[in-house]
Write a protein that binds this ligand. Sequence first.
Ligand SMILES: C[S@@+](CC[C@H](N)C(=O)[O-])C[C@H]1O[C@@H](n2cnc3c(N)ncnc32)[C@H](O)[C@@H]1O
Length: 270
Amino acid sequence: MDVMTLRMPVRVRRDAGFGVGCRAVTQAVSIDATAAYDIRAADCISFLRSLPDSSVDVITTDPAYSGMNQHMRFGHGRIVGAYGKPGNARWFTEFSDDPATYRAFLGECRRVLRDGRHIYIMFDSFSLLSLGALVRDFFDVKCVIVWDKVHLGMGHYFRRRHEHIVFATKGRRKLSRRDLQDVWSVSRLRRAAYPTQKPVELFERMLEGSAEPGFMVCDPFCGSGSAAIAALRHGCDFVGADIAPGAVEMARARCAAWSATGSDPLEPAV
Ligand SMILES: C[S@@+](CC[C@H](N)C(=O)[O-])C[C@H]1O[C@@H](n2cnc3c(N)ncnc32)[C@H](O)[C@@H]1O
């Protein structure tokens, strides 16, 4: 993609008081913006607590649920190869997703999200059944999107080819398009740089009907930064966090490379 097309002047509101990587402008200005990003090493809940009320416009997130893995450890299933070994650096830290912690997480998501805005939360099938219903206590759940990964993954009984994305609103806001469907066929990444790295296209689809240039997009479990790249490509700003310092380093380097060249080093073809 031509870098010039990525740097179209956009009207950017910067009034939320974010930190590193953001320009301190307090009123609406029209600038030639390479959108700003702010990626912090932090636990998701402390990170969200550090953000002001009603300061983000879209949340797109892919939490590190522990439920599926714990369940499989108790059964006859196994976590794939070396990933299953405790303390394995090739895997990532899991989020302790008991209902009380998950409620605290959702409560903070609600507090930081502006009224009349959208949230997208990814779920594997195990967590969808154990935690998904809690989303209704905090947001108006509108639908469950199926991500068809196109290629088969590993499986416990049936081999997995899909995941879920719960789409919900805080207050009233329609999608900006009426032709969007609830099954998304987007090939999963093979040989990705980061464990469970998701395709940028998946996050771009979340923004398609929910974001406007200059919106602040937030991902409290940003991993390698796929949601950040989607936000920047969409002319949005991004604020996110990950508990793993290595992930934060990777996501920051990825965003810096994208901002400098218009090309994503972890998905060069996009
Ligand atoms: C499923 S991965 C996200 C992958 C990301 N969507 C990508 O495309 O690279 C979940 C991430 O959550 C992080 N994580 C685990 N526990 C966390 C916590 N308590 N707070 C913030 N991040 C956490 C992990 O380090 C991991 O990078």
